[in-house]
Design a protein around this ligand. Structure first.
Ligand code: SAM
Length: 279
């Protein structure tokens, strides 16, 4: 890919979705847009750039962002966070909370929000609480898989067999005959999937949110987008609410009152708490 085309496409990715494609990622970008070139019957990245720039419908921008986003995820990823969520949920249950609101901010193909739903359902079973998980992502392709909630055997493999048998039903893929696992409706009803671009705050949600999982997405962002996102999450969190970020991510160099309470976990202090001097 010619350097000028790479520069322009990465500028578009940065301006529209905050996604940073640094020099050296030319081959990655070329391979990711290859499918779009074939679908549009274009010969090379220059033609693709022109097509993208002149597509007033906005449809190709959605496709471009789908193509360049990295959707890697898995059930129970960075599992300590779910142990912490379970402990928080047990506190909420003891407090007889009637509504619980969570936001999974980069939900990819659904494994993360369904893991949240399993933990909460498990803790609150038999209690009358209104639990809702908003799950958002920029990728329409990932969201479609998430909404369907059907996964091949190797994807559900990290789940303990107790959770798998409780929250999934087994079926056979009609075409391949392979076994697949479908998320049960009880869990699906707890999660609402929506497309949301994290690089364009403020967001339409009102809050207050009990927890936000924003993991393994800021890693692709520049500092300015990270700071704006964290400030928006801080606004939406309830006092005492928790933010979880990815283990490879940090809030260092971001002005925030969120207090680190565990690795990659931050709490919004109540107004009269002083976060200064805390770990
Ligand atoms: C590596 S996955 C992480 C998924 C999940 N949070 C986890 O930790 O397993 C990153 C996700 O962020 C999404 N993403 C990237 N840029 C985004 C943006 N500007 N707004 C919303 N989602 C974005 C991608 O589509 C992708 O699904």
């Amino acid at each position: 890919m010619e350097p000028i085309v790479f520069r322009k496409l990465s500028q578009i990715a940065r301006d529209t979705a905050g996604i940073s494609l640094r020099p050296g990622k030319e081959t990655l970008l070329a391979s990711r847009i290859g499918k779009r070139l074939r679908a549009l019957q274009l010969d090379n990245p220059v033609e693709y750039l022109q097509y993208l720039e002149h597509d007033d419908s906005g449809e190709e921008m959605i496709q471009f962002l789908d193509a360049i986003s990295t959707n890697y995820t898995r059930f129970m990823r960075e599992a300590e966070h779910f142990v912490q969520l379970r402990a928080a949920a047990e506190r909420w249950r003891a407090q007889r909370r009637s509504t619980i609101r969570l936001w999974c901010a980069a939900s990819s193909t659904g494994e993360e929000p369904y893991t949240l739903a399993m933990v909460l359902h498990d803790v609150f079973e038999g209690f009358d609480a209104d639990i809702r998980i908003l799950a958002t992502d920029i990728s329409t392709r990932a969201l479609a898989t998430a909404r369907e909630g059907v996964y091949p055997a190797e994807v559900v493999e990290p789940l303990p067999s107790r959770l798998l048998s409780r929250y999934f039903s087994a079926e056979r893929d009609e075409a391949s005959g392979e076994k697949r696992w479908r998320v049960i409706d009880t869990l699906k009803r707890m999660v609402v999937f929506k497309r949301l671009n994290l690089a364009t705050p403020p967001f339409p949600m009102k809050g207050p949110l009990d927890s936000v999982f924003c993991r393994n997405v800021m890693i692709y962002f520049e500092q300015r987008e990270r700071a704006a996102l964290i400030s928006e999450i801080e606004r939406l969190l309830a006092p005492g609410g928790l933010l979880y970020i990815g283990h490879a991510e940090t809030l260092n160099n971001i002005a925030t009152k969120l207090k680190r309470v565990a690795p990659s976990a931050y709490e919004k202090c109540a107004d009269d708490d002083d976060p200064e001097g805390e770990p």
